[in-house]
Design a protein around this ligand. Structure first.
Ligand SMILES: [Fe+2]
Length: 402
């Protein structure tokens, strides 16, 4: 493949764009690498302040995706045979975990001040969060598991903003799996980041109550979708972003709230938001509750009839993994192991570290295994419940210094 840099004035329809010059912020395209075949997109690039473009001079065009579909879309030749994430991570999990940690720290002030402004009744400008959504999208693209795994580890202080970051990242990974176009992908990310904004309008004693809510408190809590949607509407957010805030607690059987919408009457991004919100809530490490193991969460959520849109849930499983990083699994060798890395082609054969013998009920010397390596000879039988084996701190096996 040969890449050439040209000024935007020389850009023509039919050229295959490898990268757009300048700050991504200047242009509405979420990802480079696309066939420029739309006059409207050519105009956007010419007018958005980019001076140079890198083009592929010998790219074979057939099979390329049009620019209007770029977003997370990947050409069919990239698709994994099992329909899993179709782009391999570009960095190792350990490398991206460090980026993800920094990103989460950097996001803290921005999200907390957004909630503070909402609490004070100010209108929220969703556009101002686009750069943060882009950083999250970049991390998810480099290695989808890193940010998702880091954002699971919440403390009492950071659970509100990390939940926003996590749902944003999950929405982006899901949008990528569903092959949504770039605009919907951007809106999905924004919707994820903003979905619980209405909680800023809920009294803190209800919001932070560790125990079960009373009926009256639960009734008050159920107002957060409408409050969030109203704040976003006042701030001029796209209706699709408002819809995520408004309808992420709907269920496809009509038993959700606030409107009891049924099936496809629930907007697409809100149906996606419902899955992402619940997954992060049940798998998050929080001071006052034991999280579900990620693989166990997938298994449990799959059993909930009428809650989630089934095709969206199935895409979610493919996006996040059947055995996400941090999951405890039982191997054919009757050892228990923690999943330490998983890629698009290794949803069923991730990297694990064996830590415990289910036969002798005793710890074993940690042994890293690459289950995708034919020489390994071991395989996963299914997920296991860490509590049942009294195994703690599983995250230490994939995340140093936990
Ligand atoms: Fe919510």
């Amino acid at each position: 493949m040969s890449i050439k840099r040209i000024p935007v004035s020389k850009l023509r329809l039919g050229m295959y764009i490898h990268r757009l010059g300048g700050n991504w912020f200047l242009h509405p395209f979420w990802r480079s690498n696309f066939l420029l075949d739309s006059p409207a997109d050519l105009k956007v690039i010419q007018r958005c302040g980019i001076s140079d473009v890198w083009i592929v001079v010998d790219k074979n065009e057939p099979g390329s995706r049009p620019a209007t579909e770029i977003g997370w879309m990947l050409s069919s030749s990239d698709a994994a045979p099992d329909g899993g994430l179709s782009a391999a991570p570009t960095v190792t999990l350990a490398e991206e975990v460090e980026h993800a940690r920094q990103l989460c720290l950097g996001a803290q002030d921005q999200i907390l001040s957004m909630f503070d402004e909402a609490r004070m009744g100010k209108a929220i400008n969703a556009r101002s969060a686009v750069p943060l959504v882009q950083q999250i999208a970049d991390s998810v693209e480099r290695h989808p598991q890193a940010l998702l795994s880091v954002a699971r580890l919440k403390t009492q202080d950071n659970c509100t903003y990390l939940h926003s970051v996590a749902v944003c990242a999950l929405m982006l990974a899901l949008a990528r799996q569903l092959r949504l176009d770039y605009r919907l992908t951007q809106l999905a990310g924004l919707g994820g980041l903003m979905h619980d904004l209405g909680k800023a309008a809920i009294p803190l004693d209800i919001l932070n109550k560790p125990g079960k809510l009373t009926d009256a408190e639960f009734k008050a809590m159920k107002r957060h979708p409408a409050r969030g949607a109203a704040m976003l509407r006042e701030g001029g957010a796209d209706p699709a972003v408002q819809a995520v805030a408004m309808h992420h607690h709907e269920k496809i059987n009509g038993k959700g709230y606030p409107d009891g919408l049924v099936a496809d009457a629930i907007p697409l991004l809100a149906r996606m938001g419902a899955v992402c919100d619940v997954y992060d809530a049940v798998t998050s490490v929080r001071p006052y509750k034991d999280p579900w193991n990620p693989a166990e969460a997938m298994r449990q959520m799959a059993r909930w009839e009428g809650h989630f849109d089934r095709p969206i849930f199935e895409a979610f499983v493919k996006a996040v993994g059947i055995y996400p990083v941090g999951s405890l699994v039982r191997l054919k060798s009757q050892r228990l192991a923690v999943v330490t890395d998983v890629g698009p082609d290794t949803l069923l054969t991730p990297c694990v570290t064996a830590i415990y013998s289910a036969e002798t009920h005793a710890s074993v010397a940690p042994e890293p295994l690459d289950l995708a390596d034919p020489a390994c000879g071991d395989s996963i039988l299914g997920p296991e419940d860490p509590d049942a084996w009294q195994l703690k701190n599983l995250d230490a096996y994939w995340l140093p210094n936990v």
